[in-house]
Design a protein around this ligand. Structure first.
Ligand code: GUN
Length: 299
C-alpha cells in the first residue's frame, strides 16, 4: 500500500475561497502589512508572496521594506505607527531579522490584536490556555491538513519533531487542544525512532533533511513534512529515487527536500504531505484567514 498524498495546494485553495467570501461579507478590505528588514532572498520571496496573495483575495496587502541597516528603534517606530493605523488589521514582521534587532522586542511591540503570525506572548498564552486567538499559521494549516484525511485527532498519539516557537511548540498546543496524546521530540531526544514508531500522526519540523525514515514510521500513520532543506546537487545522491531527484532539482542545481524521506516513507504511511506542495501553501492561506479574523474581532 502506498500513502495517499495530502494535497496542500488544493486544500489551501479551498481556504482562500472561504477567505474571499468572508471578505465579501465584511464589506471592507482588511489591511495586511508584511514587513521585511534587509535582503534575505528567502524573506524577499515570502514577503512578496504574502502581500500578493492578500491582494488576490481582496485584502489590502502592502510590503514595508526597510534597509538592512535599520535600527531597532526605527523598526519599533514603524510598528508603533502601524499599531495606531486603523486601516491596518494585520502586521507581520518576517523573521529572521538582522543581528542589531532583537526579535523578542519586535514581537512584543506588535498589537496582539494585529499579530496575524500569532507570535505575541499574549496570543501564545491564549493558545496554550485553549482560548480563541490568532494561532500561528503553519501549525494551524497543518491541523486543517490532518483533518482533511478524515482521521479523528482525538485519542491519537502525535509526535512533533522540533520545538521551535514558530512551528513545534504551537503545533503541540493545537494537537493537545484537539485531544491528541502529544510527544515533542527534539535534538536531545534519546530514542527518536521509539517516539515516532508509536505515533499515529508525525509532524516533522526540525530542518534535518530526510531525518524521518521508513523504518521509524508506523504503518498507516499520517506524516506531515514541514522541512524545507536545500541540498547541494552533490548531496542529492542521498535521495534514493532518480525520478524524485529530477523532479526536485531546481534551476540553480540545488535540491529541495523535506525532513521526511518521502519516497520510502510513502510506502508505509497512510497519508503524507509532499515537499513542495504540502505544508507551504497552507501557511499563506492561514495568514489570510488570520487577517480576516483579526479584522472581524477588532472592528
Ligand atoms: N520566518 C519563517 N517562518 C515565518 C513565519 O511564519 N512568519 C514570519 N513572520 N517569519 C517567518
Amino acid at each position: 500500500m502506498t500513502a495517499r498524498i495530502i494535497d496542500g495546494k488544493a486544500i489551501a485553495k479551498t481556504i482562500e475561497t472561504e477567505v474571499a467570501q468572508a471578505i465579501a461579507r465584511l464589506g471592507f478590505a482588511p489591511g495586511l502589512v508584511a514587513v521585511r528588514v534587509g535582503n534575505d532572498p528567502a524573506s524577499e520571496v515570502y514577503v512578496r508572496s504574502k502581500a500578493k496573495k492578500a491582494r488576490e483575495l481582496g485584502l489590502r496587502g502592502d510590503e514595508l521594506i526597510l534597509p538592512d541597516s535599520t535600527s531597532e528603534a526605527d523598526l519599533l517606530a514603524h510598528i508603533d505607527r502601524l499599531n495606531r493605523d486603523d486601516a491596518v488589521d494585520g502586521i507581520l514582521v518576517q523573521l529572521p531579522l538582522p543581528p542589531q534587532i532583537d526579535p523578542k522586542k519586535v514581537i512584543d511591540s506588535i498589537d496582539p490584536a494585529k499579530d496575524v503570525d500569532g507570535f505575541h506572548p499574549i496570543n501564545v498564552g491564549k493558545l496554550h490556555l485553549g482560548r480563541p486567538t490568532l494561532a500561528p499559521c503553519t501549525p494551524a494549516g497543518i491541523i486543517r491538513l490532518i483533518e482533511s484525511t478524515g482521521v479523528t485527532i482525538a485519542g491519537c498519539n502525535a509526535v512533533v519533531i522540533g520545538r521551535s516557537d514558530i512551528v513545534g511548540k504551537p503545533m503541540a498546543a493545537l494537537l493537545l487542544q484537539a485531544n491528541a496524546t502529544v510527544t515533542i521530540a527534539h535534538s536531545r531526544t534519546r530514542d527518536l525512532a521509539a517516539a515516532v514508531g508509536g505515533a499515529d500522526i508525525v509532524v516533522a519540523a526540525v530542518g534535518r533533511p530526510l531525518l524521518v525514515t521508513r523504518e521509524m514510521v508506523k504503518p498507516g500513520a499520517i506524516v506531515i513534512d514541514v522541512g524545507m532543506n536545500r541540498l547541494e546537487a552533490g548531496d542529492a545522491g542521498r535521495i534514493a529515487h532518480d525520478e524524485e531527484k529530477s523532479r526536485l532539482l531546481a534551476k540553480n542545481g540545488t535540491v529541495l527536500v523535506g525532513d521526511v524521506d518521502f519516497c520510502r516513507v510513502r510506502e508505509v504511511a497512510g497519508w503524507i504531505t509532499p515537499v513542495p506542495g504540502g505544508v507551504g501553501p497552507m501557511t499563506i492561506a492561514m495568514l489570510m484567514r488570520n487577517t480576516v479574523t483579526a479584522a472581524e474581532w477588532r472592528r
